[in-house]
Write a protein that binds this ligand. Structure first.
Ligand SMILES: Cc1ncc(COP(=O)(O)O)c(C=O)c1O
Length: 388
């Protein structure tokens, strides 16, 4: 008897699901594990957003099937966000689609865009679902290596011609996970021009678009000239408003791509619970002080952790955005070897860079989405216990 397809045979268990099992086993055996692995904000969703959810959940008309492409109020709020933040006009009806979190949408975009045998270009290292979605769609992925010397940007000129012939979709992600790298407008312009020239659609993942510090403002790819011809941009309420568990995100941009994704989704899912969409719209449109407050907290945590890493001899540039630190492993260690040493010696989970792709080897990622007291404890343990 066959219990899964050949496509599924290629898919490993999701890295963070596996890490979660390992962590649970360690905790069961009495070890006080501090998890700096997954990027799941510990800060609570601001009360005004929760209150709105409760208010909307009390209305019977909001408890029925949601509208397939998203509630008009939510789609309009996303369009207003783009106008407010970037001065970009979006038609809420045709250029905005609600998603069950951005992970759902960016994974489902892949079978919408590629046929079996075709190629998805992915940054290396990257958020793992980009690659898995390509395999699940019967396609392939091509890693675009990103190195420190190049600011963790892909070099489009390095993509071989035979790969470009079969490439239909390219993922980009800035501010980047796991590298915390950022870009400026000219990078996106170059990407859009390249994609137009080669007939490739760009999916820009902007999950960390509002997690930024020191006056840095991440740009939108839609600010680039002609972007709407070839690009869509994924956004999420997960990180900005500490709403990871709510499952709400959106995609904006090219209307043909959005239309095709909407057709796919209406055949496979039935959208986001309406009160969540209305609370999400409220989050986007109401006072944004909470976003700055969250960023101040992440920035303070970042400073503390970077100092601790420096004390044990690991040099890291302070990131301008995201709540990740992407740091080189000490000489003589592999990524997994160092992550194991940190777990064994300090009881702290960090993610080995190689989990994000071959170019992640030689690095590890720390997520700062744990309460201050736990982070201080982790910092103390790293300083005391890690021997390099
Ligand atoms: C780069 C990146 N994109 C997308 C997501 C998924 O976010 P969401 O909660 O909107 O599905 C994450 C979550 O960690 C992420 O790191």
């Amino acid at each position: 008897m066959r219990y899964q397809s050949a496509r599924m045979d290629q898919i490993p268990p999701y890295m963070f699901a596996e890490l979660g099992k390992k962590k649970a086993a360690m905790i069961k055996s009495g070890i006080d594990v501090i998890d700096l692995g997954i990027g799941d904000p510990d800060l609570p969703t601001p009360a005004h957003i929760v209150d709105k959810l409760v208010e909307e959940a009390r209305k019977p008309e909001n408890l029925r099937y949601p509208q397939f492409s998203g509630h008009p109020v939510f789609r309009k709020a996303v369009a207003e966000f783009y106008k407010r933040e970037y001065g970009i006009e979006l038609d809420p009806e045709t250029e905005v689609l609600a998603l069950i979190g951005s992970k759902e949408g960016l994974s489902h975009l892949v079978p919408v865009m590629i046929d079996p045998g075709e190629i998805v270009l992915v940054p290396d290292p990257c958020y793992p679902p980009y690659r898995m979605a390509a395999l699940l769609a019967g396609g392939k992925y091509h890693d675009m290596p990103m190195v420190k010397e190049n600011g963790f940007l892909p070099d489009f000129e390095e993509i071989p011609e035979n790969v470009l012939e079969k490439a239909r979709l390219m993922f980009l992600n800035y501010p980047g996970n796991p590298t915390a790298a950022v870009v400026d407008g000219p990078f996106f312009q170059n990407a859009v021009d390249f994609a137009k020239d080669k007939g490739i659609i760009i999916a820009h993942d902007s999950a960390y678009n509002k997690v930024a510090f020191s006056g840095y403002k991440p740009p939108s790819i839609l600010e680039a000239r002609g972007a709407k011809d070839v690009a869509v941009e994924f956004g999420s309420l997960s990180k900005t408003y500490c709403m990871t568990g709510w499952r709400i995100g959106y995609v904006v941009g090219n209307r043909d791509v959005i239309k095709a994704l909407a057709v796919f989704k209406s055949n496979t899912d039935t959208g986001v619970f309406t009160p969540i969409q209305l609370a999400g719209a409220h989050a986007i449109l109401s006072d944004q002080t909470c976003v700055d407050t969250h960023n101040d907290i992440y920035f303070a945590r970042m400073k503390g952790m970077i100092e601790a890493l420096q004390e044990i001899g690991i040099e890291v540039e302070p990131p301008k955005a995201s709540f990740f630190i992407w740091a080189p492993v000490p000489a003589g260690y592999s990524s997994t070897g160092f992550a194991e040493a940190v777990l064994e010696q300090a009881g702290v989970i960090v993610t080995p860079g190689s989990a994000f792709g071959p170019s992640g080897e030689g690095y590890f990622r720390i997520s700062l989405s744990v309460p201050n007291a736990r982070l201080d404890e982790a910092i103390g343990r790293i300083k005391r216990k890690i021997k390099i």
